[in-house]
Design a protein around this ligand. Structure first.
Ligand code: NG6
Ligand code: CA
Length: 510
């Protein structure tokens, strides 16, 4: 009798464990993070003047979001949030210079470290812009701490942005192809060598730039910051996507038999836009459009690699961007002149650097053939939530204090629910708040850098509060703050509460 009871108990237990496991799955996960791609910059979101067949393919066969956001209107803060599940204001994350120390201290719970615990091999390939080292960066020696110290097993980086020195790749802890006899020197304050600058030698340039981007010239392009040395290590801008794709191919090939997480962080379509000649003229919009075309090609290549290794079905691709679009970001590349009737921000107001919707509302697609049904989702989702959502997907429990602002919205991300966030912060040079149909923009909180004032950029900063009803006024034209003072006050207080809290995730401190 006892034996029968024990047997029944064991069968019950095994079934429970199986049921639990079947809810947990371990697909490969790839985040394709495009740089500065706007809501309207790809075909499936209404682009004109450039075709994006590969991105459109994923949209047709996956889930396309109409209200998905990065956390901030610039790169470093958005990337910080994606990897830590924390709003960026908590760490005062701002655009970093190219020699800044690592912004995420080792030991901080991160998305890749969480996935490592779930059995994943993790890599970041492409743009980093979260700082490296601990304040005294050794470009010619061991470059650390960096991605390997915060949860990645492999890294191949463009250290900051395309427009910042040093223009070299960093693989794991070292600069690629560096000749020790020709060490790299970098300075962000003064010219430390004798390499020509854009200001003094405009005749050496592929295209001209504003003063901030007119320091040291490498590969015919003047950059922000001064450098000298490391000649054998310098990248060629037109080859970057090809170099990155080779690393992606190798990483996937090496890890095809075990679950992997790849943060593939494109350098397209950020300035300087110098796409490979094979994309010249692919769009009617000059180099910004051609860079979109190159970005789409890279995306198609990722799909091909997955197919080659028979990984298409069981790989979840999250395609998205780190901030909204910008035309003139410092280089004379005719992005404004050639825009035609293309609307980089779609129907939304603003763009990169802006408190208006287009600052953070970006084109976002989840493509996972074996799990996610094709469709469109209106759910309000934010990249900061990927940490918790992917933890649930892979069966990881978050500890108290981890990922302070990351909500588990897995059902929304995979399309089994249309319910997204109820409340969401939008970060720029001020803070915005979304709640239901309402969008509140706090009066300017932070001063803006001088260079931004000279540009034709709609930052959305005002000395008074702004309140918009997005349901009726998606392009944020009619400020309702005076008409609805109660609502304005309510939003102001909700925002203050978030600012004063240590975290907003429901069980953050349990
Ligand atoms: C700004 C740069 C801009 C771009 C941006 C970062 C100037 C005048 N402008 O400081 O060109 O590099 O930083 O872009 O310096 S982001 O996408 O990485 O946030
Ligand atoms: Ca960016």
């Amino acid at each position: 009798m006892n034996k029968i009871l024990i047997a029944i108990f064991c069968i019950g237990l095994a079934t429970a464990v199986l049921a639990q496991n079947s809810r947990i799955s371990r697909p490969n996960i790839i985040i394709i993070y495009v740089d500065d791609l706007g809501y309207g910059d790809v075909g499936c979101y209404g682009a004109r003047g450039v075709e994006t067949p590969n991105v459109d393919f994923m949209a047709r066969n996956g889930l396309r979001f109409t209200d998905a956001h990065c956390t901030a209107a610039t790169c470093t803060p958005s990337r910080f949030s994606l990897l830590t599940g924390s709003y960026a204001f908590r760490n005062k994350a701002e655009i970093l210079p190219g020699d800044a120390p690592l912004l995420i201290s080792p030991g901080t719970p991160t998305l890749p470290a969480m996935l490592q615990k779930a059995g994943y091999t993790t890599a970041v390939i492409g743009k980093w812009h979260l700082g490296l080292g601990n304040g005294n960066l050794q470009w010619n020696g061991d470059i650390k701490p960096g991605p390997l110290e915060i949860g990645f097993n492999y890294s191949f980086l463009v250290p900051a942005t395309l427009d910042r020195v040093p223009t070299v790749f960093v693989e794991n802890h070292s600069v690629v192809n560096l000749d020790p006899k020709d060490p790299i020197r970098v300075n962000y304050n003064k010219n430390i060598g004798n390499w020509p600058t854009g200001l003094e030698h405009p005749e050496l340039l592929k295209f001209r730039a504003d003063t901030q981007h007119s320091n040291t010239i490498t590969d015919g392009i003047s950059r922000i910051g001064f450098m000298m040395g490391g000649t054998s290590a310098l990248w060629k801008d037109q080859d970057i996507p090809i170099v990155l794709l080779e690393k992606v191919n190798n990483f996937i090939a090496d890890n095809r038999k075990n679950p992997f997480f790849l943060y593939f962080s494109y350098t397209d379509i950020h300035v300087p836009r110098d796409p490979n000649p094979r994309f010249k003229g692919k769009s009617t919009m000059g180099s910004r459009g051609d860079a979109i075309s190159q970005m789409d090609w890279s995306t198609g290549e990722v799909l091909k690699v997955l197919k080659k290794f028979d990984l298409t079905e069981n790989t979840m691709i999250i395609f998205t961007s780190d901030n909204g679009p910008v035309l003139d970001d410092g280089y004379e590349d005719k992005a404004e002149e050639l825009i035609g009737d293309h609307k980089p921000a779609g129907p939304f107001r603003g763009g990169k650097y802006s408190a208006y919707e287009a600052g953070t509302r970006v084109s976002t697609i989840v493509y996972w053939p074996s799990k996610v049904k094709p469709g469109i989702s209106k759910a309000l989702v934010n990249q900061v939530d990927l940490f918790s959502s992917l933890a649930t997907l892979t069966g990881q429990k978050l500890n108290s204090g981890d990922a302070p602002d990351s909500f588990d919205l897995l059902p929304a991300w995979i399309g089994s629910s249309q319910n997204g966030r109820k409340l969401m912060l939008e970060e720029s040079f001020t803070l915005g708040l979304r709640s239901g149909n309402w969008k509140y923009i706090a009066p300017q909180i932070q001063s803006v850098p001088a260079w931004l004032k000279d540009k034709k950029i709609e930052t959305g900063l005002t000395p008074y509060p702004q309140l918009y009803n997005l349901q009726k006024d998606v392009s944020e034209e009619i400020n309702k703050a005076q008409e609805y003072p109660q609502k304005e006050l309510e939003m102001q207080l909700l925002l203050k509460k978030i600012q004063q809290s240590k975290g907003t995730r429901p069980d953050f401190d349990k």
